[in-house]
Design a protein around this ligand. Structure first.
Ligand code: SF4
Length: 362
């Protein structure tokens, strides 16, 4: 079966659910990794097959107050909990200023579902950011947040997106997808929008001209079948709307979460399979990310040889994953470039929508 899958990759034929399941059930990690790498080389083309992208970015999490009940989340607080916060516009701008002063060209904005931080708060925030830092790219709001703002204001997600675009929104991140399987969603994040709504909001964003990303959160009780179902639904959506740039496989960090100690964590072996298999299955996604903040820099670096072509960026000011125990906060440009070079690749600094800003050594 592995040689049959290799042949299909070489001849650009689509890999099926059953073939993906065969890969998940195999322990031949190095062969699976080599297939992921092969798929990446074919997708990137000869000239770019050695390129690995990174960018200078900053995360802004304007509020951790959330009415959601996701059992894998250590970030959310109730309004009166110790540590609950909602930034004023000035405080949020101060965070952004620190990132911009360090060179960030993108701000990634996500936060809790806080009824007191509704659409007017965010349109004011986006306008203030654009007024102060006109060239900063604003990548903001998961589909879950877009749906939440829409319901609070009693308008459609399309109208919400249009208001946010008018205020300065440039693209959407890929969060809130978790695992599309209804049974896993019902157990882990019962208040979150169903898969179909998540996909429809991205479809609408693509139609409005926004690029977006897509994540998959592993280690929350899903099976390999659920991961494949997730990827194949994304592949089908991408066939229709073509606006996804990057797929980002994530694994849960459990510290201070409800499910800490109750669930089998994702192993390094499994994380590397996710990278390789997603590259093989998602033949219509240009980029697969080895998200260093989730994987750790060591595993992310290995992921570059399993089919990933992006490490994300310098990531200043992030709070969501760090609330659940992720290690390092923020990377220096030189260190990111060294991670890429030591893995045998050429660091390419990009902007959010993959315009090339600098190719190392050129
Ligand atoms: S994952 Fe998001 S929606 Fe769920 S509880 Fe945490 S902040 Fe709220």
């Amino acid at each position: 079966m592995l040689s049959q899958i290799k042949q299909k990759i070489l001849t650009k034929q689509r890999i099926t659910f059953e073939e993906g399941l065969f890969l998940y059930n195999s322990n031949d990690l190095l062969t699976i990794g080599s297939l992921g790498k092969l798929a990446r080389e074919i997708k990137s083309g000869k000239e770019k097959s050695k390129w690995v992208y990174w960018n200078k970015n900053l995360h802004l999490n304007p509020t951790n107050v959330c009415i959601g009940r996701c059992n894998f989340c250590a970030f959310a607080k109730l309004p009166n909990d110790k540590g609950a916060y909602t930034y004023t516009i000035d405080e949020a701008l101060e965070h952004v200023r620190r990132g911009v002063n360090s060179g960030a060209g993108e701000v990634h904005i996500v936060g809790g579902l806080n009824p007191k931080a509704a659409l007017p708060y965010y349109t004011e925030l986006l306008k203030a950011i654009k007024q102060t830092f006109p060239s900063l790219h604003i990548k903001g709001f998961t589909a879950v947040e877009i749906d939440f703002f829409s319901k609070l204001k009693k308008i459609t997600p399309r109208e919400t997106l249009e208001l946010l675009i008018d205020a300065g929104l440039n693209s959407l991140p890929g969060g809130g997808a978790e695992i599309f399987s209804k049974s896993v969603r019902d157990t882990t994040c019962p208040d979150k929008i169903p898969a179909q709504t998540w996909l429809e909001i991205h479809n609408t964003a693509h139609k409005l001209g926004l690029k977006s990303n897509a994540t998959m959160l592993c280690g929350i009780g899903e099976k390999a079948e659920d991961r494949l179902d997730h990827m194949i639904r994304l592949r089908e959506q991408q066939d229709k709307s073509k606006g996804f740039q990057t797929f980002i496989p994530l694994h849960c960090h459990y510290e201070d979460t409800e499910i800490a100690g109750k669930i089998e964590p994702v192993t390094a072996f499994d994380s590397l399979k996710n990278i390789a298999i997603s590259r093989i299955i998602l033949d219509n996604f240009d980029h697969i990310k080895a998200y260093w903040i989730q994987l750790g820099t060591g595993l992310a670096q290995i992921g570059l040889n399993f089919g990933a072509d992006d490490l994300d960026g310098t990531i200043q000011e992030e709070s969501v994953t760090h609330a659940a125990g992720a290690g390092k906060k923020g990377l220096e440009k030189d260190f990111i470039q060294r991670l890429i070079e030591d893995a045998g690749y050429i660091p390419v600094e990009r902007d959010t929508v993959y315009n090339v800003l600098a190719v190392a050594g050129c």
